[in-house]
Design a protein around this ligand. Sequence first.
Ligand code: HEM
Length: 265
Amino acid sequence: MAASLIRLHFHDCFVLGCDGSVLLKDTPWFTGEQTTRANNNSIRGMEIIDAAKQAVEAVCPGVVSCADILTLAARDSSEYVKGPTWTVKLGRRDSTTASLDLATADLPLASENLDDLIRKFYIKGLNAKELVVLSGAHTIGQARCVTFRDRIYNDTNIDPDFAIHRRRRCPSNNNEGNANLAPFDPVTPNTFDNKYYRDLMEKRGLLHSDQVLFNGGKTDDIVAGYRRDSSSFYADFAAAMVKMGDINPLTGSSGQIRKICSAIN
Ligand code: HEM
């Protein structure tokens, strides 16, 4: 669950800024971001944010936004899996809108190459080093077969034993096993550590978008650096999470403080 919340925060901030837009559920008269390819059947943990919001509203109504709760939850999740911690800036307000089109345009996909990933982070104010360090969140959590099938059957920059192992629960037939899960880090899937970078250097990245970070390109040295020195990984991850949490917040009288996180007031 820690993994889901860190990811949810990322998918919030990358679309319209950290404004809780990802949390808004579709209704017959409102289309949110939850059905875009990167989110559909994929993001989880919304009910945890709803529960936290309910508890906060009970003692202090109308003050703490869903966007802030999600940002705090991401920080606490990192602590929970023995990752770094940081001070969360507060005061974000919640959106009264969401954008399926921007979610589709701006969220990165597992099939993407390095230049596309760098560009998608760059337009959010994050550089290539921050792309590499934030991708280190893939030291925890899992991915569905449908997100890594092409990689384990078609990529050539993959450790053969790893590919064979992952194919066992992810058949080549497009209709089978799509939802089967594999851990990003098979050894310590619930602990934040820098094994992610070692795996990349051994061609054992799970997603295509993971392996492109170490594939003879300009981010190779950054990967090697974080593999060598986990304290720099921790420090840079914390700083990049703060920076991501600063993307385009709603403040002042913009937006609102939602009463429930899944719907506009
Ligand atoms: C660089 C571009 C990225 C791409 C293409 C990407 C893609 C993905 C995909 C396809 C999954 C599996 C989803 C599924 O099975 O449905 C995933 C999981 C995950 N991602 Fe990313 N991701 C990226 C960057 C990030 C960043 C920046 C963070 C957070 C800082 C993050 C945190 C996570 C976590 C924690 C999981 C595991 C979720 C769980 O187990 O519930 N990812 N990502």
